[in-house]
Design a protein around this ligand. Structure first.
Ligand code: ADP
Ligand code: AMP
Length: 214
């Protein structure tokens, strides 16, 4: 099962992608997580990506596409994967389709998690990420059992630099301009599925399971 998660920044793509990955035993591939790991490890890719991410801009397509194509060709992806945060532009979607076509493969579902803009700033200003394992929480909607401490690994929690309100507004603008056209792209491909992302996390997941099957 090959799945793409679509939606505005903060819509809940990562939250749902992790649950999908666990239930269907497929890898969760988040380009944002890959860039953040590269930044943390001080790689050249990380340094390049950071200059764009800090401004709320997309990292250029040429830095993203090969990375994802290499990743989906790894052995653990034979039974599928859930892509979170990729593709984010039409050229990225076209490059992915082309690479998969050469392998005789295709994406099965593009799941659009719909959340109106007015909810997004609130979502992202309350998001907290673990500095060690990258797990994501929300101070109101998905809190940790001990404040400021990751439930999974005991690491410290931070507000991502790009989740500050001024950067969030920039990212929303970039989303509408460059990423939203993918909704039409995957509708035309006949694989778009919509879910309401404003309801409780577990209820969103139940909607997704209805689409993907038990
Ligand atoms: P994305 O991956 O789309 O950027 P996340 O999955 O990181 O978004 O979710 C953004 C924030 O909103 C996180 O703090 C997460 O815990 C919270 N969140 C996700 N889904 C919901 C939901 N259905 N209701 C309330 N909060 C949610
Ligand atoms: P995310 O964790 O998905 O919210 O991504 C954080 C940031 O990483 C984005 O705001 C972009 O700057 C960058 N990024 C992640 N995925 C992509 C992508 N597919 N194309 C371009 N930039 C990306």
């Amino acid at each position: 099962m090959k799945i793409i998660m679509l939606g505005a920044p903060g819509a809940g793509k990562g939250t749902q992608a992790k649950k999908i990955a666990e239930k269907y035993s497929i890898p969760h591939i988040s380009t944002g997580d890959i860039f953040r790991a590269n930044i943390k490890n001080g790689t050249e890719l990380g340094q390049k990506a950071k200059t764009y991410m800090d401004q709320g801009l997309l990292v250029p397509d040429e830095l993203v596409v090969d990375l994802v194509v290499d990743r989906v060709n790894q052995d653990d992806c034979v039974n599928g994967y859930v892509l979170d945060g990729f593709p984010r532009t039409i050229p990225q979607a076209e490059a992915l389709d082309k690479a998969l076509k050469e392998l005789g493969q295709k994406i099965d579902y593009a799941i659009n998690v719909e959340v109106p803009d007015e909810n997004i700033v609130n979502r992202m200003s309350g998001r907290r990420a673990c500095v060690d394992c990258g797990a994501t929480y929300h101070i109101a909607y998905a809190p940790t059992s001990k404040e400021g401490i990751c439930d999974k690994c005991g690491g410290g929690l931070i507000l991502r630099d790009d989740d500050k309100p001024e950067t969030v507004l920039k990212r929303l603008g970039v989303y509408h301009e460059q990423t939203q056209p993918l909704i039409d792209y995957y509708t035309e491909a006949g694989i778009l599925k919509e879910v309401d992302g404003t309801i409780d996390i577990n209820d969103v997941f139940a909607e997704i399971v209805k689409i993907l099957g038990e």
